[in-house]
Write a protein of this length. Structure first.
Length: 175
């Protein structure tokens, strides 16, 4: 339903005006559920929780592909910045796996607080690179508003996050 709504928003959007679309997928997350067509792709995985987890990841992958295809069909893809980010490490009892990091969601070890993310778009200067710089979820908002050319200083109260566009785009050290 989230993807269908996102596709409708994109399809009805005037391409000459800016669009910010926040699409928070609720999986891979408890309750662990996925359509069987995705779960069955992983019958070679013996652990039932890991198999279901893998199916959920594939379902999210297809959903993002559907949104991407709609952006392309509407002629918006070349002017899109796509950010995909997790919010925390996995839960081993639920099928998550954080190796080689110690810890899991809910604790302060790196396996609990480190998460994967990627950014895609034509505006990235340093394409195809990997960063090991420190970024935090609170950095997305000031980064997006800076890209939208708004006045971050005008907001009260002050934000904890920082504009990390130079880190993401050019590989600069995080601020």
């Amino acid at each position: 339903l989230f993807v269908q709504r996102a596709q409708r928003i994109i399809s009805n959007h005037n391409p000459s005006t800016p669009l910010f679309l926040y699409l928070p997928f609720q999986c891979v997350h408890a309750p662990r559920e996925a359509p069987m067509r995705f779960v069955n792709m992983y019958n070679h995985i013996k652990n039932k929780k890991r198999r279901l987890y893998a199916g959920m990841v594939s379902a999210v992958d297809e959903a993002i592909g559907n949104v991407t295809k709609t952006l392309q069909q509407r002629g918006l893809w070349n002017n899109t910045l796509l950010v995909f980010s997790s919010d925390n490490g996995g839960v081993p009892l639920g099928g998550g796996y954080n190796w080689p990091l110690r810890g899991y969601k809910g604790n302060l070890w790196e396996g609990g607080v480190r998460a994967a993310a990627f950014v895609h778009g034509k505006m990235l200067k340093n394409k195809g690179s990997r960063s090991k710089e420190l970024l935090h979820v609170s950095d997305w908002y000031p980064t997006f508003t800076a890209l939208a050319d708004t006045d971050n200083e005008a907001r009260v109260p002050p934000l904890d996050g920082m504009n990390v566009w130079e880190t993401i785009s050019n590989g600069a050290p995080s601020p």
